[in-house]
Design a protein around this ligand. Structure first.
Ligand SMILES: *[C@@H]1O[C@H](CO)[C@@H](O)[C@H](O)[C@H]1NC(C)=O
Ligand SMILES: *[C@@H]1O[C@H](CO)[C@@H](O)[C@H](O)[C@H]1NC(C)=O
Ligand SMILES: *[C@@H]1O[C@H](CO)[C@@H](O)[C@H](O)[C@H]1NC(C)=O
Ligand SMILES: *[C@@H]1O[C@H](CO)[C@@H](O)[C@H](O)[C@H]1NC(C)=O
Length: 635
């Protein structure tokens, strides 16, 4: 007590002495802020007409009861830097005096400022008249901390955890003064809040005197936190004020149980059909995904956890698929289901499957198949469309009615689901020969192919007689080839066309025999030839004229040109007559043999309901659509 009173008394005395000395006016900054390791220059300005005679720099540590300690002394002309202080060897003093303004300036420079330099610096100036003045400056030291380092808790955090769970750490090193850490969630600062947010800061003062601050963030996580961004912000003082840095943002893994299950199939709005593959995926609304089990008709299916792949689907795979989940963490269960429908089209059944008809007879063909969806029907005969209902009726059968009928069924909304079935229709009767066609002459060996097409069922047996027109002797046949078609047979022979011949084609079956004969012109070597006109009643055959030129004879050329002109005029006249409908039109023999078009007289189809316009349309498609380019020959 006594000691303290004495100290106070001395202090009062000191103030009194200072007051009496305070003749020299000294001006100093109250505070100076400098960065660690920089130079500090502390100015001390005094007012005096004459330069100062004595200058003393001393320092005083912050604590109140610390005495000041001299570090520098100047007494004209001697300058002493005190030995054995913190500043020995680190300081220098510049002193200037400007007589014109009566002002002197003393600057104390401290090299490489240390944290321990955070203290008061006192400048005492004495003049010639041994009057004194004093000023002081408090030095403040700053050091910017390192960038904040954030470390997230990697394991997922369950929403069902009791109380806040640690989600991240934030650390800054070597700040001075002590930096502050603030936590943010989506740009909103977090504060301690009971049971929801807990922030635990720890401050370590390093041996160097700098601060390391670490902050731990605990929160009671909710589902939405999985989308939240967390980061820490560091505020620290710098000489110029306050600065701020932010850590990188982090996301946390939130665990929450699956309460709902959704199933999806990779259908892209497509309908499933038998043979397809479908993938059914089950998804829980929890995290992490639970264990999945798939069931169909009470049967557990093998799946790749959340993915069920059903390959080569069958109609029996239609139905409801159930997905059941079991959450390992919460033991919660959830269910979901999806229904799929596998569409199908069964094999096509056409009745009757094969049929032998009498000429003039009627026949009804029915085409059906079981399908899960509406189908549309198309009937084709020998590759050509004929009808679009499932019942096809053939009236007044003729040979042209015979052929291969195909019924094609297509599921309207799944065009890939298409099936067909063909039936062979025979029309029974005595053979009908359409004619003998003469092919082009082979100029090398002067052989020519003769073709004879006979309709009829049972398929007729074909035979040929070939004789010389003049001698009546039979001529050898080089080669015979018979091809059965859907409604008859085509027989082709190869003969040498070296003399005028009579060709006789015979077709016979159990109903009788039909013969047709035709004169075949000789093809002399080296002359221009054309085929002769068909000579048989039955034929309606055209063979394209063959023109050849040899030797370049002018006369021949002229004759050919005149012939061509005549042919052109004749063609024009025939075409005109044809257009006027005066000329009955036959069909190209070659085409007939290969394509057997049904003529509208030969095949008549009717819908069961009997709509006349459709019947007309059918005839239009089936019947001969004659074009001007088709060649017409009069029988
Ligand atoms: C740090 O926090 C303390 C107390 O809230 C405050 O006084 C100080 O100014 C803060 N520092 C910075 C750099 O913001
Ligand atoms: C059946 O067809 C033949 C020739 O193809 C014809 O002469 C006859 O008039 C037709 N009969 C009926 C009932 O249409
Ligand atoms: C006649 O038919 C045979 C066999 O089909 C063929 O090889 C030959 O080229 C034909 N001859 C002519 C002149 O077309
Ligand atoms: C057709 O020919 C075969 C053998 O070539 C013969 O067995 C059959 O009896 C013949 N049919 C007729 C109707 O001539």
């Amino acid at each position: 007590m006594a000691l303290r009173q004495i100290a106070l008394m001395f202090a009062g005395l000191h103030v009194l002495i200072c007051k009496t000395w305070a003749k020299v006016e000294v001006n100093m900054e109250d505070r100076m802020k400098v960065s660690l390791n920089s130079h500090a220059e502390i100015p001390c300005i005094y007012i005096s007409a004459e330069p100062a005679m004595t200058i003393v720099w001393s320092t005083k540590l912050p604590s109140r009861d610390q005495a000041s300690r001299r570090i520098y002394y100047y007494d004209v002309p001697n300058e002493i830097i005190d030995e054995g202080t913190d500043y020995t060897g680190r300081i220098s003093v510049r002193h200037t005096h400007d007589k014109s303004i009566g002002q002197g300036s003393i600057i104390l420079t401290i090299e490489k400022v240390r944290l321990s330099d955070e203290r008061e610096f006192i400048c005492t100036v004495g003049n010639v008249s041994t009057e004194h003045g004093e000023g002081h400056t408090q030095l403040q030291i700053f050091n910017s901390p390192s960038l904040p380092v954030i470390v997230v808790t990697h394991s997922g955090i369950s929403v069902s955890a009791k109380g806040p769970s640690k989600i991240a750490d934030c650390k800054v090193d070597n700040g001075y003064p002590r930096p502050n850490i603030t936590w943010y969630k989506d740009r909103f600062p977090l504060q301690n809040s009971d049971g929801v947010v807990k922030i635990m800061d720890s401050v370590i003062k390093n041996p160097s005197g700098l601060f390391t601050v670490e902050s731990e963030l605990f929160i009671k996580v909710v589902r939405d936190d999985e989308d939240a961004q967390f980061y820490c912000e560091v505020n620290y003082f710098v000489p110029e004020g306050v600065k701020m840095t932010e850590s990188i943002p982090i996301n946390i893994t939130v665990y929450y149980p699956t309460t709902e299950v959704t199933l999806s199939a990779n259908l892209d709005n497509l309908l499933l059909k038998e043979g397809d593959t479908v993938e059914i995926r089950c998804k829980g609304n929890g995290n992490p995904q639970p264990l999945f089990t798939f069931k169909h008709k009470e049967e557990v299916l093998r799946s790749e956890n959340d993915l069920l792949i059903l390959e080569n689907l069958k109609r029996s795979d239609s139905g409801t698929y159930e997905c059941q989940t079991f959450d390992l963490y919460t033991s919660q269960e959830a269910h979901g289901s999806i229904s799929i429908k596998v569409h199908y089209l069964d094999p096509v059944v056409v009745t009757p499957e094969e049929m032998v008809l009498d000429q003039g007879g009627d026949l009804t063909l029915t085409c059906n198949a079981l399908s899960s969806l509406p189908v549309f029907t198309a009937w084709y005969k020998d590759g050509m469309w004929v009808w679009d209902r499932h019942v096809l009726t053939l009236h007044n059968a003729s040979y042209d009615t015979a052929g291969m009928y195909v019924c094609e069924l297509t599921v309207s909304v799944i065009p890939e689901l298409q099936k067909q079935k063909s039936v062979q229709i025979h029309v029974r009767g005595k053979p009908n020969i359409k004619g003998i066609a003469v092919g082009l002459v082979n100029t090398v060996d002067r052989s020519v192919n003769l073709t004879c097409y006979a309709q009829g069922y049972p398929i007729p047996n074909m035979s040929w007689d070939l004789s010389d027109q003049h001698t009546g002797q039979s001529v050898p046949i080089l080669n015979v080839e018979d091809h059965e078609t859907t409604s008859g047979v085509v027989s082709m022979i190869t003969v040498n066309a070296t003399s005028e011949l009579i060709a006789n084609c015979n077709a016979s079956n159990e109903f009788g025999t039909t013969s047709v004969s035709r004169n075949i012109e000789a093809f002399a070597r080296g002359t221009t030839t054309t085929t002769n006109a068909p000579s048989t009643k039955a034929s309606g055959i055209t063979v394209s004229p063959k023109k050849r030129q040899k030797g370049g004879s002018g006369v021949v050329i002229a004759v050919v040109i005149i012939c061509l002109l005549l042919l052109a005029i004749l063609g024009g006249v025939l075409y005109f007559l044809y257009k006027k409908g005066r000329l009955p039109c036959g069909r190209s023999g070659k085409q007939d043999f290969t394509k057997e078009k049904a003529s509208k007289d030969d095949i008549i189809m009717e819908m069961k309901s009997g709509k006349s316009e459709e019947a007309v349309l059918l005839q239009g498609v089936n019947g001969d659509q004659k074009t001007p380019t088709e060649q017409c020959d009069e029988d």
